[in-house]
Design a protein around this ligand. Structure first.
Ligand code: 5GP
Length: 221
């Protein structure tokens, strides 16, 4: 296909470069539920599946929520440059496999990342134009603790560590493009969808329209 034909196809299909949509928050603020709802209902948004050395929770499936790895395998991936970013969070390692990201963006597919502030910082440094970042705040400290306890999948020591880390995570809220206080899941989802719609329409992402607009202008003059 010639470049011109490709351009026309992109205009017809509304194609553009994909974006990296990052959601961060302390554990228990509702980010994982939001991320799952978004990727389940938006056909052009796929959740990037991280690798982790954390123990699998009873409700999780390998390859669906995470790809669970031994420390040794994680270290190997990191050493071989297979991770776009990685971080140690709550004493476990988490990372984003690089393989899918480049292909997705150039094919105009958006990727959703449920990652912590350290990961967001690395992606912001590496791919600033592709990144759109949203920080989710809980409505209160009490509500955060309630949510962690209601989940009932972690022991008391793990919950205590996650609450302590939440205080640190929240100090990074002002590095993000957008901030949402998650009081109500449906309201938060609406806000996040609005952000996505706007960011998809950003002129610089709609590269397929460059030729189209020039041609339109030429035809009319
Ligand atoms: P959880 O153990 O509750 O699933 O996740 C703990 C934290 O690790 C969450 O804040 C989550 O967003 C973060 N996380 C999950 N995957 C990744 C990843 O690939 N990279 C980074 N930097 N953080 C991640």
């Amino acid at each position: 296909m010639s470049e011109g034909e490709n351009g026309e196809r992109m205009v017809r299909t509304g194609a553009r470069r994909g974006l990296m949509f990052v959601l961060s928050s302390p554990s228990g603020a509702g980010k994982t539920t939001l991320a799952r709802s978004l990727s389940d209902t938006d056909p052009n948004l796929r959740l990037s599946i991280s690798v982790t050395t954390r123990e699998k929770r009873p409700s999780e499936a390998d390859g669906v929520h995470y790809v669970f790895k031994s420390r040794r395998d994680f270290e190997r991936m990191r050493a071989e440059g297979d991770l776009l970013e990685w971080a140690e969070v709550h004493g476990n390692c988490y990372g984003t496999p690089r393989a899918e990201v480049d292909a997705a963006l150039s094919e105009g597919r958006d990727l959703l990342f449920d990652i912590d502030w350290q990961g967001a910082e690395q992606l912001r440094a590496k791919m600033p134009d592709d990144l759109v970042s949203v920080f989710i705040l809980p409505p209160s400290a009490e509500e955060l603790e309630n949510r962690l306890r209601r989940r009932a999948e972690d022991d008391d020591a793990t919950i205590a560590r996650r609450l302590k880390n939440a205080g640190t995570e929240i100090t990074h809220w002002d590095d993000y493009d957008y901030v949402i206080v998650n009081r109500d899941l449906d309201e938060s989802l609406k806000a996040i969808r609005a952000i996505l719609t706007g960011e998809r329409l950003r002129r610089f992402r709609q590269t397929a329209l460059n030729d189209f607009a020039a041609r339109l202008s030429g035809d009319l003059r």
